[in-house]
Design a protein around this ligand. Structure first.
Ligand SMILES: Cc1cc2nc3c(=O)[nH]c(=O)nc-3n(C[C@H](O)[C@H](O)[C@H](O)COP(=O)(O)OP(=O)(O)OC[C@H]3O[C@@H](n4cnc5c(N)ncnc54)[C@H](O)[C@@H]3O)c2cc1C
Length: 416
């Protein structure tokens, strides 16, 4: 059923008791053309674009937990495209353009809100790197502008720009098209639209093995619901990518770290934009419910535990209190962690693999939510054609052997 004014009205008259399920929950078929491992935003978007743009509808998305329960439902939803290198600009801006009409395309309100992302500078080095980004972005036709401390304050009135704090604000880079979206709605919207096009979404079904034939090519996945055959498998398992790819004998250049976030009690609208500070490491926005959504840094140790060190949260809160003194007495309600998969150059991998029929989309680290539509879109085309989509081509797995890295680590320091 499409959401429309009429359908809302009709269901209002029946006390909203007749809405159909948003997506089907079928038992797995014995075989599919394509299996996607992982029903996060990226996996679901891939399935949707396979069906909607590539004509491949015999697709299953296999999820060991519930859809959107991984990093997709745990992130702080910052969206921007002002990365440094041309390859990254092309990928993230492709996503940003898709965000614009995503609610209309999916017929589902993903609450994309381009309220502006302001990235603060606190040192001379910050100023130099931020201005380098501004110039590089403008050359690529991507909006990004440099603001003085006073202009930062005008854009974000709660910001403390006095110079009696540990790291005074020396300016900031602003991308006005940047913003936030509702993470759950993104997963639900893609799931609903993909399911309507015939994609089977199979939750509570863990992939436990990847079976290869005599010629080395992918034949099937072993799951907790039995063997499911497919000649093409796309692994989109975020923090567990190394584990799943290990099942096919492929070693990945990834490390997995816990990354934490926390939310405050709800407040009246007080914070108009998104602010990030790489140097003192804090980022903050206010959700439409009113809570402050605050992101911390990764733990220093690799781990598969979805909780991180308390001292990391405390460090972030100290930074928030210094930058926004009006929040000093706000109570924090919840904190949680997700497992992020980090590559050596802090750029993602969207690629074929040495195993015929096996594709991988991973390495988004701390910043993949913003790329969800673009990532799913180019990965779907890569799987369907068996050759990389032009935007995905630089993000191949073999860049770690050829040395053609896309080093956003040095460029961005933090990649949310
Ligand atoms: C605290 C935090 C804050 C963040 N903030 C931002 C931000 O502000 N902006 C931004 O752009 N990005 C942010 N990110 C990063 C972003 O969340 C991720 O890059 C993105 O959501 C990854 O999406 P995904 O679909 O690849 O992964 P996920 O949503 O994690 O989906 C992977 C799925 O694979 C499933 N899976 C794993 N193993 C198996 C198996 N064996 N069988 C079946 N299924 C399996 C998992 O259960 C999971 O549901 C943040 C991440 C965290 C943790």
């Amino acid at each position: 059923m499409r959401f429309s004014f009429l359908s809302l009205l009709r269901n209002a008259f029946s006390a909203n008791e007749n809405w159909p399920e948003q997506w089907r929950s079928p038992e797995p078929k014995p075989a599919y053309d394509v299996i996607i491992v992982g029903a996060g935003g990226h996996g679901l978007a891939t399935a949707y674009y396979l069906a909607a743009e590539c004509g491949v509808t015999n697709v299953a998305v296999i999820e060991r937990g519930w859809l959107g329960g991984g990093n997709t439902g745990r992130n702080t939803t910052i969206i921007r495209s002002n990365y440094l290198w041309e390859e990254s600009e092309a990928l993230y801006d492709h996503a940003l353009k898709l965000w614009k009409d995503l609610s209309q395309q999916l017929n589902y309100n993903v609450m994309y809100s381009p309220r502006g992302v302001l990235m603060l500078a606190h040192t001379i080095h910050d100023i130099q790197t931020s201005k380098r980004h501004v110039h590089a972005n403008r050359l690529a036709g991507i909006d990004n502008e440099w603001l003085s401390p006073e202009e930062c304050k005008a854009f974000c009135p709660p910001l403390n720009i006095s110079d009696n704090i540990r790291y005074p604000v020396l300016g900031g880079a602003l991308q006005r098209r940047g913003g936030v979206a509702r993470h759950d709605a993104v997963a639900w919207g893609y799931a609903r639209a993909a399911s309507a096009l015939g994609v089977d979404i199979i939750q509570n079904c863990e992939v436990t093995g990847i079976r290869r034939g005599a010629n080395g090519a992918v034949e099937a996945v072993e799951t907790s619901k039995g063997t499911i055959r497919a000649k093409k498998v796309g692994v989109v398992a975020a923090g567990h990518t190394s584990v799943v790819m290990g099942m096919a004998g492929v070693r990945m250049p990834l490390e997995s770290y816990p990354l934490q976030a926390l939310v405050s009690e709800p407040l009246k609208p007080a914070f108009p934009c998104v602010v990030m500070s790489n140097t003192i490491h804090a980022y903050i926005s206010q959700s439409d419910k009113g809570d402050l959504v605050i992101g911390a840094g990764t733990d220093q140790y690799v781990s598969y535990s979805q909780t991180g060190g308390l001292h990391i949260d405390m460090h972030t809160l100290e930074a928030i209190c210094e930058l926004f003194p009006m929040f000093r007495r706000v109570r924090m309600m919840r904190s949680w962690g997700g497992i992020v998969d980090v590559t050596p150059d802090r750029s993602p991998i969207i690629s074929k693999t040495p195993v015929p029929g096996l594709f991988v989309n991973c390495g988004w680290g701390t910043g993949g939510f913003k790329a969800t539509p673009g990532s799913g879109n180019v990965f779907a085309h890569t799987i369907a054609r068996g050759e990389p989509h032009p935007i995905a081509a630089p993000f191949s797995l073999d860049r770690f052997t050829t040395g053609r890295l896309i080093d956003e680590a040095a460029a961005a320091a933090v990649a949310h």
